[in-house]
Design a protein around this ligand. Structure first.
Ligand code: ADP
Ligand code: MG
Length: 633
């Protein structure tokens, strides 16, 4: 472009774009979902700002918070325009190319491993998906704080920025011009666009209009020269006033004509006209009664709010009443966010959107849900919170605490139900019962949850003392008796031997290592069940849990391991053996550096291995030491 400044894409962004533009990926449809989702985000932002300053919206058309799509079939160009917050020149440079988001390389990596392109939005690089269908894109944007600029790129490693002197004045917002590739001509039809919007963006909370050709009835008498002239005059008048575009005018005219028609029926003829058609029903789904929303609608709404493309694992729609009123739809995704555990302490997930009286406020309210449950997605719409305050002030609101408490309860309830169903299914299978057995899908739900979010449950036990017990019920372990299956603490307790007071566990790096540990011998010989801790988090979890259902946890590798069923004969024998080996234990103490060794004892915890090194009652276990060394805690 003449007189344009040229910029090079950040290296990873460039790699990503290169892959996209050359991609033969078959589901290119996703680009439209991503662009509409960006438009909706931009609209949310300006609507939020307008809460404290109404004038921000501007006047006339600029105040219409809507998304419009249209096609130029001749040049195979698709246009998407929103009246959102827009981007300044600086925003365009930063957001679209020079700064790689943390998700960029993670997305590239996931694609290399055969991950789905469909995930692109979750990695925060959805915009670039436009290059699945385009070989040239212009982003024309107007932010209240800057002039109107054009960002343009053919995905050849660079982009240009120039002040816009050629396009219509946007007032405010963003217009994206998409020059469709040869292989993407299917998107150059209105029918296809309509299908996509209805499929992917039905629950976007702003109206989405598509300009499409429709057959309309036109009264024959109207077509006099005089009538045409007045119509044109009216159009220019309105255009000056509100800066609307022509086709929108057409829509209004049709309405007027239709009205007249009712008054006095006239002869009509059919005519093809371009008209704005509303594609989505942008009513808030959470305001409806749960009984009136179908499973399919919930899952569609989930995809609209979550950037996920797979169905949610479970959801809960409810209305809280009392001092603090709100409505919410909460979803547990089928998969954990790609950086949920990696970035656990650095970055909270922002899947929960807070609305106040139908207006989006923020998706970054850490006060809304604890970190360990931040994988939960959905919306919370409160009538109690004040609308006209800043985000910072909102964070101080006491009502947020109440909302948080209720949300946590509901989420834990959802998880508990899945967990109980699984336990029930397992018990029925063991007994060979089939009557009233939950469906295969319901039986398998918790297994899927545990695989993705088991560690979140464990983190919850460490971080959320109020719900520790509830969370402990959700734990799953393998044990010396569980085989390939996982077991719960309650099931373990149900199998405890008579007189057994503790829940025994042993930690290590793998199931094999723990199962073959000499520490186990005595316990296994006496037929005690031992829980295998093979996740690095497990011992921390026990450190916080201490006991469960009045039973202490007992580490099989610690010194004070006491087995329940020692009788008098055994105790007497212990004493005799201790005497017998006294010289040996003294000698051991002498030869080993005694700053490293606390004591040498005769023990009957082993059966075939001659000796083991154990940790003291109050020391860290060997496994814990290994973890702490590795993590430098
Ligand atoms: P994400 O939406 O996850 O942030 P994208 O790649 O889709 O990632 O978009 C990158 C950024 O570009 C957005 O965060 C936003 O700041 C900006 N952006 C994209 N589209 C628009 C738009 N229509 N209006 C305003 N800003 C936009
Ligand atoms: Mg996006």
């Amino acid at each position: 472009r003449d007189g344009a400044e040229q910029f090079t894409f950040q290296a990873e962004v460039n790699r990503l774009m290169d892959i996209l533009i050359n991609s033969l990926y078959s589901n290119k449809d996703i680009f439209l979902r991503e662009l509409i989702s960006n438009a909706a985000d931009a609209l949310d932002k300006i609507r939020f700002l307008s809460l404290t300053d109404k004038s921000i919206l501007g006047e006339g058309d600029a105040a219409n918070l809507e998304i419009k799509l249209w096609l130029d079939s001749e040049s195979k160009t698709l246009y998407i325009r929103d009246r959102g917050i827009g981007m300044t020149k600086d925003d365009l440079i930063k957001n679209l190319g020079t700064i790689a988001k943390s998700g960029t390389s993670a997305f590239l990596e996931s694609m290399q491993k055969g991950g789905d392109m469909n995930l692109i939005g979750q990695f925060g690089v959805g915009f670039y998906s436009v290059y699945l269908v385009a070989d040239y894109v212009e982003v024309i944007s107007k932010h209240n704080d800057d002039k109107q600029y054009i960002w343009a790129s053919t995905a050849d490693g660079s982009f240009t920025i120039s002040e816009d002197t050629e396009n219509e004045d946007l007032g405010r917002g963003t217009l994206i011009k998409i020059q469709l590739k040869e292989e993407a001509q299917e998107y150059a039809t209105e029918a296809k666009l309509k299908e996509l919007v209805q499929h992917y963006s039905e629950f976007i909370n702003f109206p989405i209009y598509l300009q499409s050709e429709k057959e309309v009835e036109v009264p024959v008498e109207e077509e006099t020269e005089e009538a045409k002239e007045t119509e044109e005059a009216k159009e220019t008048e309105d255009a000056e006033e509100a800066d609307e575009d022509k086709d929108e005018e057409g829509a209004e005219d049709d309405e007027e004509e239709a009205k007249e028609e009712v008054e006095k029926p006239k002869a009509t003829r059919k005519e093809k006209r371009k008209d704005w058609e509303l594609l989505n029903d942008n009513k808030a789904i959470w305001l409806r009664k749960p009984s009136e929303v179908t499973e399919e609608e919930y899952q569609k709404f989930y995809k609209a709010v979550s950037k996920d493309y797979t169905d949610a694992l479970s959801y809960s729609h409810f209305r809280a009443e009392g001092d603090v009123e709100f409505r919410t739809i909460l979803y547990i995704p089928s998969f954990s966010p790609f950086d949920f555990y990696d970035k656990y302490y650095e970055k909270a997930q922002n899947g929960l959107k807070l609305y106040v009286r139908r207006v989006f406020i923020s998706d970054d309210m850490k006060e809304l849900i604890p970190r360990y449950l931040s994988f939960v997605k959905g919306i919370v719409d409160s009538d109690t919170l004040p609308l006209n305050v800043s985000r910072e002030m909102l964070q101080q609101e006491a009502a947020l605490k109440t909302i948080k408490k209720k949300l946590v309860r509901k989420v834990l309830d959802m998880i508990r139900k899945m967990s109980e169903t699984e336990v029930k299914c397992k018990a029925m299978e063991e007994k060979g019962e089939t009557e009233d057995k939950p469906s295969e899908k319901d039986c398998g739900q918790y297994g899927k949850f545990w695989e993705q979010f088991g560690r979140a449950v464990k983190l919850g036990i460490i971080e959320d003392s109020t719900n520790r017990n509830r969370l402990a019920k959700l734990l799953r372990f393998t044990t010396s008796k569980s085989g390939d299956k996982l077991t719960t603490l309650d099931e373990y307790i149900g199998r405890m031997k008579e007189g057994q007071k503790s829940i025994y566990y042993l930690a290590g790096t793998s199931k094999e290592e723990v199962a073959n540990s000499p520490f186990l011998e005595q316990l296994l010989r006496k037929d005690y069940e031992v829980i295998f801790f093979t996740d690095v988090l497990d011992e921390y979890v026990m450190g916080h849990l201490m006991d469960y259902d009045d039973k202490k946890f007992s580490n099989a590798s610690k010194e004070d391991l006491k087995l329940a069923d020692k009788d008098e004969v055994e105790k007497k024998k212990d004493k005799e053996v201790k005497e017998e080996f006294k010289d040996l234990t003294k000698w051991w103490k002498k030869v080993v550096d005694d700053t490293k060794l606390q004591a040498v004892k005769v023990s009957n915890r082993l059966s075939t291995t001659p000796c083991v090194v154990v940790t003291g009652k109050y020391g860290n276990s060997a496994n814990m030491e290994r973890i702490m060394r590795a993590q430098a805690f």
